[in-house]
Design a protein around this ligand. Structure first.
Ligand code: FAD
Length: 413
């Protein structure tokens, strides 16, 4: 904790009830939920805007449900978006549906595909309607304020390059997979080792392309995920862990050829991939903190648990963490004080669903992703998935896990 109280020349000190570090889905939604209860909340985001490419543009049925409960969903869905109603796996043997949201009794039987920056801007604009909400962009949190073993707030370097202090009854770290707050607190996540990384890029959609569906294509040791956006495909080319430099050394032409082989109907546009600058590499991780809190501070979203991209559930778990945090802590925050026991309750409520989905992701990584990446070995749809598909009660399980997770989250405040 050497950096925690490291002395800096602070230009000014602000007071709030809840200081939220990080304006991703977890931090922005939590700020909105607290502000609408009249709780003073200050959201600190290190970037100067919410523009963030390839950070997941998937708004799952559970998140749409939360927005519906908040009365926001119609306005959100009025923004042009894609609707992924099913997810199928295509192999040289044929195609199987892995998840079909239409078969489930859902009010929103699809994953809405909408740029995360638009989604975050939308939530922030909503939060700005409440006078207790304060947003500071360009605020890079680098220190914690600790007194008598209790975190009392943070210090950040602002867009003006000066140090500023925020004092708060509660600090919530929603600062993502590389959480600075987590490392300042000396908290170490328990990691698993996913077998893959993902190279993200996009190509245009054509009217003749498949519609309203997500696709996983596997062929000859190659593996690509296709997510439909309004006028383009977001494509994840899955590679063996740590092998990006090898892919890069073989030239962008090799990526074009591989993609055209695994998804033949993209062959007419792979030429548009001209430069490695067009791709973004995701080093896939999966981890969870054993303890999500210390006196005066709580970690949620990726800061508490980095999610593998399997099922694209990172955003909805971050959103669900925010809802439960607001449900459990709202009343106490109104009184300006939260106890350790209440912070532990947040972890308790969210830990099991997180562990269950991470186990599901591990299963998919080991049984589907790892074999799919083995060149020279014919790929077969994993037996467990085939069995599941043949049992009516289990057929919808993958869709249910991806779309909703373990249980529905209700906005109670
Ligand atoms: C390449 C890529 C693709 C992905 N694809 C998907 C997908 O398709 N679907 C899906 O659901 N999930 C996807 N994810 C995961 C998803 O982005 C995360 O799970 C989700 O965004 C977690 O939300 P969060 O609010 O916890 O953290 P983040 O979204 O990571 O937000 C953290 C925020 O904190 C800010 N921050 C960090 N440090 C500081 C600091 N010191 N001071 C102030 N602010 C700070 C960051 O700028 C950021 O805005 C993807 C992730 C990546 C990296």
């Amino acid at each position: 904790m050497s950096e925690v109280n490291a002395p800096v020349d602070v230009r000014d000190v602000a007071e709030t009830v809840c200081c939220v570090v990080g304006g991703g889905p977890a931090g922005v939604l939590l700020s909105l939920l607290l502000a609408r209860q009249g709780i003073a909340v200050m959201l600190l985001e290190s970037h100067k805007d919410f523009d963030r490419d390839f950070r997941g543009d998937t708004i799952h049925p559970s998140t749409l449900d939360v927005l519906d409960q908040l009365g926001l969903v119609d306005r959100l869905l009025a923004i042009p978006h894609g609707e992924m109603r099913s997810l199928s796996l295509t192999t040289p043997e044929g195609s199987v549906v892995l998840a079909d949201f239409r078969r489930m009794k859902l009010k929103f039987p699809y994953v809405a595909m909408l740029s995360q920056s638009i989604f975050l801007d939308f939530l922030v604009e909503e939060a700005k309607r409440y006078p207790t909400f304060q947003l500071v962009l360009g605020a890079n949190v680098q220190r914690l304020v600790e007194e008598s073993g209790q975190i009392r707030g943070v210090r950040y370097r602002g867009a003006d390059d000066e140090w500023h202090e925020v004092r708060a009854a509660l600090t919530v770290a929603a600062d993502g997979r590389f959480s600075k707050v987590r490392s300042l607190l000396g908290l170490e996540p328990i990691k698993t080792a996913p077998p893959m990384d993902v190279v993200w890029f996009r190509l245009p959609r054509k009217p003749t392309d498949p519609a309203d569906a997500g696709m996983i294509a596997v062929q000859g040791g190659r593996f690509a995920v296709m997510l439909e956006r309004v006028d383009e495909w977001q494509i994840g080319y899955v590679i063996l862990k740590g092998s990006f430099q090898k892919l890069r050394a073989s030239g962008i032409e090799a990526l074009r050829t591989a993609l055209a082989e695994v998804v033949p109907w993209l062959a007419d546009r792979v030429e548009l991939l001209q430069d490695w600058k067009q791709v973004s590499v995701l080093s896939v991780e999966s981890s969870i903190l054993p303890v999500w809190h210390k006196p005066g501070v709580l970690l949620i979203g990726d800061a508490a648990h980095v999610m593998s991209p399997v099922g694209g559930v990172g955003i909805n778990y971050a959103i669900q963490d925010a809802v439960e945090t607001s449900n459990i802590l709202g009343e106490s925050l109104k009184r300006g004080q939260v106890t350790d026991a209440e912070l532990a309750t947040v972890q308790k409520r969210r830990e099991l669903p997180t562990k269950v989905i991470q186990a599901f992701q591990r299963f998919m990584q080991e049984r589907l992703a790892a074999p799919a990446l083995q060149a020279g070995k014919p790929f077969r749809v994993p037996l467990a998935l085939r069995v599941m598909r043949s049992i009516p009660g289990l057929r919808n399980l993958p869709g249910r896990m991806i779309g909703y997770g373990l249980r529905r989250v209700r906005v109670e405040r």
